[in-house]
Design a binder for this molecule. Structure first.
Ligand SMILES: [Zn+2]
Length: 466
């Protein structure tokens, strides 16, 4: 470790905690220890935190007091994760309708941080976070970065939309915290033009960071820019992706251009979800001391490990605006196999993304979002070699499903192509096989539409099969 790492760890972070009223420094030690917990220790800790939270909800949160009384539930009835199933799920609509009643009455307003989601599924959701929860999330993330050899004080170059690059005053405390303590230098991915990318490239080369972090799609565009102009890149230890479902092709390109491993993170501010890939890259280890995750059907019935369902979370640290059994809107499944890294936390095998973005065939069968790029991309033994050259000309893609269940495949090419577009008809045929009865159209576009949050999603659907 360098001198800055030592100063940051022993001086800047503790002082920052003191000034901001946070506890990242002490909690970091807690998360390092948690890495060695066995299943029994994890369950004991989760159940203790759950019982305390449920008691608090019943005494101090009007929404839960009314709900428990209506269902004739006593806080003592909920001792373990399994007991939670007696509660109905909390939805975004319930939060919108009961915002004031979800605020705890005994909390110092100073501890409530007002937040909203980016609105990737439409209307942003307003909620509050607990200041102490922020410390836990930061510490857990820092500890995961240590898995990859990245330490507090190492410089990070970030590129993304508004969930990681918030507008702040240059000399605000938060900005100083980010640059001096976290050493996270943030850049907005709003401008994806060559000019915008050229500025980012200059910043990157000036900063010489140890890590690059951001939305998979933003970093992919950046990597493509670097590749196209054959630009040299400073040595990078690790690439960290967050905020979107990471497409396998994006991961491959990032690893190739930055010559560094890519590790993915999945989190949701609403619901306190946080999970990280370990070096084995066999799914995402859930930060189980922060959140208690169940995979359920839409109505909240528990689904066994391995089944794809709704991510339903209980935020174990938010006492200001408690989330009990909150359906965040993402689909995923639990991988019950032990991870070779030895950590005993449970893993999300794969996050399939927003429930609203699942694409169905006309028989009502959902097609896994991970299948969609496999139908398009060549690196998975799926396609013939002679198509390789044509594939290499594709920059980005998006699969859209309209209200009637028909499919559009949007392709943005790297450069204007001279050849006959009909050469790409085989792509259409790949999809037709899976979308029986749907009209499948191939469209060549100048830009891929982004979501209101600035994020890019490779599948967008307005069709609901049920
Ligand atoms: Zn692992």
């Amino acid at each position: 470790m360098g001198l800055y790492n030592i100063i940051d760890k022993y001086l800047l972070l503790p002082v920052g905690d003191m000034l901001y009223g946070s506890s990242v420094h002490t909690r970091l030690k807690e998360f390092r220890a948690f890495d060695h917990f066995d299943r029994e220790q994890i369950s004991v800790l989760q159940n203790q935190k759950l019982q305390r939270l449920v008691q608090h909800c019943y005494i101090n949160v009007p929404y839960y007091k009314a709900l428990f009384d209506r269902l004739n539930i006593k806080p003592e009835d909920i001792q373990t994760k399994e007991d939670l199933s007696i509660l109905p799920v909390l939805t975004k609509q319930i939060i919108r309708d009961n915002f004031n009643d979800l605020l705890a009455s005994n909390i110092n307003p100073k501890n409530a941080i007002k937040c909203s989601t980016g609105g990737s599924t439409g209307t942003p959701l307003q909620f509050c976070k607990d200041r102490s929860e922020w410390s836990g999330q930061k510490a857990a993330t820092l500890r995961a970065w240590e898995w990859y050899g990245l330490h507090l004080g190492d410089k990070i170059f970030s590129l993304g939309g508004n969930s990681i690059v918030k507008k702040k005053k240059r000399f605000s405390y938060k900005n100083i915290y980010d640059t001096m303590i976290m050493r996270n230098f943030k850049h907005s991915s709003a401008d994806v033009s060559d000019e915008g990318m050229s500025q980012h490239y200059e910043s990157l080369m000036q900063l010489k960071p140890k890590a690059i972090r951001g939305y998979g799609s933003s970093l992919y565009i950046f990597a493509r820019y670097i590749e196209r102009f054959n630009l040299p890149v400073c040595p990078i230890t690790v690439v960290l992706t967050t905020g979107e479902v990471l497409v396998p092709e994006y991961r491959r390109k990032l690893e190739q251009v930055f010559q560094a491993p890519v590790f993915d993170e999945y989190g949701a501010g609403d619901g306190g979800i946080l999970s990280h890939e370990c070096k084995e890259k066999k799914g995402l280890h859930i930060e189980e001391s922060l959140c208690l995750i169940e995979i359920t059907d839409k109505n909240g019935s528990f689904l066994p490990d391995g089944y794809i369902g709704y991510v339903t979370t209980t935020d174990l640290e938010n006492y200001v605006f408690p989330f009990l059994r909150y359906q965040v809107g993402d689909m995923a499944y639990i991988d019950p196999s032990p991870c070779p890294c030895g950590r005993k936390t449970i893993r999300l095998g794969e996050v399939l993304g927003r429930a609203g973005r699942l694409i169905y065939n006309k028989q009502g069968v959902p097609i896994s979002p991970t299948m969609l790029p496999i139908m398009l991309y060549p690196d998975l033994n799926y396609h013939k070699l002679e198509n390789q050259e044509l594939y290499n000309k594709i920059d980005r893609f998006q699969i859209r499903q309209d209200k009637l269940g028909d499919i559009q495949i949007l392709l943005k090419m790297k450069d204007k192509i001279n050849e006959d577009y009909s050469k790409y008809d085989f792509i259409r045929s790949n999809y037709v096989k899976h979308f029986i009865g749907s009209e499948v159209t191939l469209l060549f576009v100048d830009s891929i539409p982004t979501l209101p949050s600035g994020k890019e999603d490779y599948c967008v659907s307005e069709y609901f099969a049920f």
